[in-house]
Write a protein that binds this ligand. Sequence first.
Ligand code: FE
Length: 344
Amino acid sequence: MSSLFKSRILSAVFFLLSGLLAAPVLAGGEVNIYSARKEDLIKPLLDDFSKQSGIAVNLVTGKEEALLQRLQSEGANTPADVLLTSDAGRLSAAQKVGVLQAVKSDTLAAHIPASYRDPAGYWYGLSVRARPVIYAKDRVKPGDLSTYEALADPKWKGKVCVRSSDSVYNQSLVAGMISHHGEAKTEAWAKGLVANFARPPKGGDRDQIKAVAAGECDVTLANTYYLGGMADSQDEADKQAAAQVAVFWPDAKSTGVHVNVSGAGVTAHARNRDNAVKLLEFLAGDSAQRWYAETNNEYPVNPAIPPSATLKSWGEFKADTLNVAKLGELNAAAVRVMDRAGWK
Ligand code: FE
């Protein structure tokens, strides 16, 4: 075979393949997503969206920081129309560096309570997670617990496990406390909490729950979906650890339980802005909200949708009504406070 002929065949094959591999062009155009949420936590929803809307969805997943940096460096050339990530602290950070744009939508306003979205519309919460106290059932009585503040009491010395201050979840919790109690009081609290640590912070939320179950400490703070995931897990050790702990909803008589969101915003340079808004509206709608709640044990942001059976088993609670955007605003102050308190 001549090399010219060979290269012609190769280019013909390549042409065929590239035609096959390209995303199908759907009547409704497309929308491009950068997602810090894992593919299996979002893909089935996106497939549903495509089927219903005729809009093709292209998904890029990655780590929060990497995606944010990518959006910044791509600037106006970014292919992304939507940024999907968790924690109001991260959504606010994206807004601050200018990679999001404000969006107004009656549908989003109707489905998402005001405290779970940015007041100017730069991002919208799509699922809610609570960060309650989780305690060892055999060593702690619910009556021993009351508020987040009370965990700084010397009676908990050597009994508290919490992940590090690098965790945006803890930063947001501390930001919430600053908003309610002021910086000085929050710093005094953080110092007391650090003094009660059973060990230097290490691992994620799941590891804290396991440490409580293993008797390394008696109480921790963790996001509810981690406990839900362990309780529903195929892994026997996870299941057993989850069975040894229980949820306590703190601050029931005062500010309520610290809550946060996963959410999304339309990018500043979105080429498919209308489709991006349609996607957000879909994610805030009934079927998507139901799926979130069932699959990832998160609370629906849309109050019309009931939480999953696992979530219901932990009982009802009073959620903090503070706008989660405040958690982003006070993030830098929270990091300073934790630093001064020696929270590693
Ligand atoms: Fe998480």
